[in-house]
Structure formats: structure tokens, C-alpha cells
Design a protein around this ligand. Structure first.
Ligand code: SAH
Length: 193
């Protein structure tokens, strides 16, 4: 996976005025008050997902499409939901240009997941929620894993959820992160534990 990490150019996912900063390991603006994550975190989240070549993955928060491409490279199919239409369109044209045919885009509130294509082997959320959206747990396969940031608006725990074969939900705390807010029904500040 590190080979792919070095091969993929983050410049391709940035607007012109930010391309010069693409090599820094920092989040950067992508417009509409949103950010592309720092590359090391994208790599870490992709690894912690433990993707398989036959996996169908749901991603909430397409953003620039940078994380999406990692999923497309290491899984069978990606279903990615973004609430801001312009970001989704831009991400789609970048990903089309790179030649990926296994990414499906949707514009809307991803806190509801994407029921028509459920259940998913893996789910990744790249915006911060106050709690784990129930719809996403429902749309996770038995044996499936989900990674998402959960917590307050300025700091969250990156959590890995596993739905075990006997239907239990296991939670692991991976690290502290700071993501932009998940907006929508299960957005930050609403439906807290
Ligand atoms: N992985 C992306 C991160 C983008 S930032 C990247 O590396 O570029 C998080 C994204 O989540 C933003 O684009 C924001 O618009 C989107 N988002 C926030 N709430 C959402 C929701 N309820 N449904 C879908 N997308 C959402």
C-alpha cells in the first residue's frame, strides 16, 4: 500500500492555488469550508480498514476524492456519498481521469448510508459525528468493519467498529483526530450518547 501512496499525487486532488502545498503532511482547503485530510492519516485509515480485493465499501464524505481512490485501488467497488454537489462532481471527474471504473457517486446526506447497495463489507466516514449513525451500523455486513471519527467538533476519537459473527458491536479506539463536521441527521451536536 505504501507503493501506491507514493505513486498517487495529491496535487491531482487540489485546486491550483493549493497544488504547491500538496507534499506537506497537512489537511488543505478544498472549498466550501471542507478539507482534504493529511496523507498519513488517509494511509492509516485505509490500512486500519483491512480491505480485501472482494470488498464493497461505503464511504461517507467524498470531498476531494483522494481517500476514495485508495479504496478503489484496494477493494472491489466503492459507493461514495457527498452532500456538496460541486465537490462530488469534481471528485468524479478526477477519478474518471485516473481510469477507475469501480466507484459509484451519490449526492446527499450520507449519515443515512446508501441502503440500495447495502450491506457493505467496509464503511469509512471522513467527517466527524457526535455518535455512530445507526443506519451505518445496520448497513454493515456481519463480520464487517467501519472506521469513523466520533466526538466533539474540535477533537474526535478515530473508532473502529466490528460487527462480529454473533451480531455484537465491538469498538476499538485508534487515535485522536480532527475532521470537519458530519452534517445531516446524525451530525455533530445531535443525537449524542
Ligand atoms: N476524504 C475527504 C475528506 C473530505 S472532508 C478528502 O480527503 O478529501 C469531509 C467531507 O464530508 C466534506 O466534503 C463534507 O462536505 C462531507 N460531508 C459532511 N457531512 C456529510 C453528510 N452528512 N453526507 C455526506 N457528506 C458529508
Amino acid at each position: 500500500m505504501t507503493d501506491f501512496f507514493y505513486k498517487l499525487n495529491r496535487k491531482d486532488f487540489l485546486d491550483d492555488q493549493y497544488k504547491d502545498y500538496s507534499d506537506f503532511d497537512n489537511p488543505l482547503p478544498i472549498g466550501y469550508g471542507q478539507t482534504i485530510s493529511q496523507p498519513s492519516l488517509v494511509l492509516q485509515m485505509t490500512r486500519e480498514l483491512e480491505l480485501g480485493k472482494n470488498h464493497r465499501v461505503l464511504e461517507i464524505g467524498t470531498g476531494s476524492g483522494y481517500q476514495t481512490v485508495f479504496l478503489a485501488e484496494f477493494a472491489e467497488a466503492v459507493y461514495t456519498v457527498e452532500r456538496i454537489a460541486e465537490l462530488s462532481h469534481k471528485a468524479k471527474s478526477r477519478i474518471d481521469k485516473l481510469g477507475y471504473k469501480n466507484v459509484h457517486f451519490k449526492i446527499g446526506d450520507g449519515s443515512h448510508g446508501w441502503n440500495e447497495h447495502a450491506p457493505f463489507d467496509r464503511i469509512i466516514v471522513t467527517a466527524a459525528a457526535g455518535r455512530v449513525p445507526d443506519a451505518l451500523i445496520d448497513q454493515l455486513k456481519t463480520g464487517g468493519k467501519m472506521i469513523l471519527p466520533v466526538g466533539e467538533s474540535n477533537l474526535q476519537e478515530l473508532v473502529r467498529i466490528t460487527k462480529t459473527n454473533d451480531g455484537k458491536i465491538e469498538k476499538e479506539h485508534l487515535t485522536l483526530v480532527r475532521f470537519v463536521e458530519l452534517v445531516g441527521e446524525y451530525g455533530w451536536g445531535k443525537n449524542k450518547y
